[in-house]
Design a protein around this ligand. Structure first.
Ligand SMILES: Nc1ncnc2c1ncn2[C@@H]1O[C@H](C[S@+](CC[C@H]([NH3+])C(=O)[O-])CC(=O)[O-])[C@@H](O)[C@H]1O
Ligand SMILES: O=C(O)C(=O)Cc1ccccc1
Length: 236
């Protein structure tokens, strides 16, 4: 379904509710520049590290697009687990996984409340940005602790620039992108307001510092378009 969520006047904060879930795949494809390319690159990098029966978590899996694509592209059998605190998202995720014949365990919970088993790969695309800063650092430490040795954390985030001129230009560039995707100025402004204080982006440097502070030995940006970035972190 086509995303028209912000075509009408909205006064509440952004939420991953039934209405957003029902149009989510379209929303993400039209709101995240090069979403499919980011997904393709993340999967290719991930597959190089994965072995038979490895455990993979997707934190904030939404409608499970990433896990379904991963299962299609990796030659190994994987144990896939998707976690999200939106029941509306997981309903759609379960239906999609079934339709594509992919076996995924879904956990409807807050990312802070889950105790993670040891995993080879943890994915989290565009989800840490919704976690309050102090909690975010704690969650990343938990992610680090849950990974096996040589485990991998691949995540994507909307980022800001520490240079205010470039930051403003980046926001303008992103809004031009949204216009090319068919969003009106009204829809763009409404969503911007709804996301205020809900989506809290870090700079690329702050993201890397958070990762290294958690104990990871390496963090690399594998993809970046203006204010959207994908990182790969390696546990020694
Ligand atoms: N504390 C939390 N606990 C659990 N889930 C959460 C929490 N906070 C947010 N979420 C969930 O994180 C997801 C973020 S969307 C991820 C896209 C996906 N990764 C994709 O690549 O398709 C990104 C976006 O919409 O920008 C939503 O499904 C929330 O319900
Ligand atoms: O659409 C936006 O303005 C964004 O910043 C990206 C986004 C995409 C999907 C849900 C929330 C935010």
């Amino acid at each position: 379904m086509i995303d028209k969520v912000f075509n009408k006047s909205i006064t509440k904060q952004f939420e991953f509710d039934e209405e957003v879930a029902s149009v989510f795949d379209d929303m993400l494809n039209r709101s995240v520049p090069f979403y499919k390319e980011m997904q393709r690159l993340s999967i290719n990098f991930a597959c190089n590290f994965l072995n038979e029966n490895d455990k993979v978590y997707d934190l904030g899996c939404s409608t499970a697009s990433m896990l379904i694509e991963l299962s299609h592209h990796c030659k190994n059998n994987l144990k896939l687990i998707g976690i999200d605190n939106s029941a509306a998202m997981l309903n759609r995720a379960a239906k999609k996984a079934k339709a594509f014949g992919v076996d995924i365990e879904f956990i409807n919970a807050d990312l802070h409340d889950v105790s993670y088993d040891e995993a080879k790969l943890i994915l989290s695309n565009y989800t840490l940005q919704f976690i309050r800063p102090l909690q975010r650092e704690k969650l990343v430490k938990k992610i680090y602790d849950s990974l096996q040795d040589k485990g991998i954390f691949i995540f994507s985030e909307k980022v800001i620039s520490s240079n205010s001129t470039l930051n403003k230009q980046s926001i303008d560039e992103y809004y031009e992108f949204k216009k090319t995707q068919g969003y009106s100025e009204f829809e763009i402004a409404q969503k911007r307001e709804a996301l205020e204080n809900v989506l809290i982006p870090y700079t690329e440097e702050e993201n890397k510092k958070m990762i290294l502070d958690a104990g990871f030995s390496h963090c690399e940006t594998i993809f970046k378009w203006v204010n959207f970035a994908t990182f790969i972190a390696i546990k020694k």
